[in-house]
Design a protein around this ligand. Structure first.
Ligand code: 9YT
Length: 131
């Protein structure tokens, strides 16, 4: 069994981007077949994402904002208790009205250091590169 606590995560499991901080509780190396993140989105930010290489489910546990689907233009309100699952690799824009805290699951799992590329995707990495 793996036990991991948010307040005990090392720097190698925390990724800071301009709009968010992702605490990566479970990664590919943990062997679960998915990665599990506790992610804080900064208030007032707009983030364009397109996870072409991954499926992601996002469960909002704090705060509120919207997700806009780039294809249809549909605007979906997100608040604590809402999950959205990007089952079509949906290109989308997340707008955080307040600080938001999200539990995110990625399949295939992230390996550790991934940040968005210019298209809003994460690359498919085989390992974190750490020795
Ligand atoms: C909600 C969302 O996708 N935010 C970007 C960060 C990502 N979820 C992560 O790596 O934790």
């Amino acid at each position: 069994m793996i036990i991991r606590r948010l307040d005990e995560l090392g720097a190698d499991r925390q990724v800071d981007a301009t709009n968010w901080t992702s605490r990566r509780l479970l990664l590919k190396g943990d062997g679960m077949g998915f990665s599990l993140h506790d992610t804080v989105i900064r208030a007032g930010t707009t983030t364009e994402m397109h996870y072409a290489n991954h499926l992601e489910a996002v469960y909002c546990i704090e705060g509120s904002g919207t997700v806009t689907l780039k294809g249809s233009g549909e605007v979906i309100p997100i608040e604590a208790g809402t999950v959205y699952a990007l089952d079509q690799h949906d290109e989308h824009v997340l707008r955080a009205s307040t600080r938001m805290r999200m539990v995110c699951v990625f399949n295939p799992p992230l390996v550790g250091p991934e940040v968005h590329d210019a298209t809003g995707a994460y690359p498919l990495l085989e390992s974190s590169g750490a020795s």
